[in-house]
Ligand binder design. Sequence first.
Ligand SMILES: [Zn+2]
Ligand SMILES: [Zn+2]
Length: 166
Amino acid sequence: MEQLSTVVNINKLKHSNNSLKHESEGYINIIFSGNKTSESHRTILKTELIKENDYIHFDINVQFIFDSECSRCLNIEQINKKAKFNKKLSFHSLSDYEIDFYSENIDLLPIISEIIIKKMNFTYLCKKDCKGLCSLCGKNQNDYTCNHQEKNIKESPFSSLSELDL
Ligand SMILES: [Zn+2]
Ligand SMILES: [Zn+2]
């Protein structure tokens, strides 16, 4: 799979056309908290740029897949999302996205990264009541319930601390 193409030549938009389309498919590498897109997941990008006086109207649609790691049990799940960016940006505010309208090519990557990261959870849980991993042996408590906990806590070298009256 090829890398997603996010660079658009905007010469035509500046000199003749009022509208420019850019479509691409491929992988993109984004990592945020316990989430990541990867080289095996296809991202589909459909973009239309429309020039309106001192503004460019960005109509960006992204369809993407990423892996999320449950912050309790560390199971990895694949998540499919679609998201849009539909905004008019003045030539001056383009710099917020590191875009220079006066150059020949603009890179939409900062906008696309923002679109994707907004759909990622900072702390993802595979389910609301995920039981997580056993703090003693690391087994996933959603699949298996450990019953050695109490015994091990008593045997732990720190168990005497719990007997102190602080
Ligand atoms: Zn979980
Ligand atoms: Zn255990």
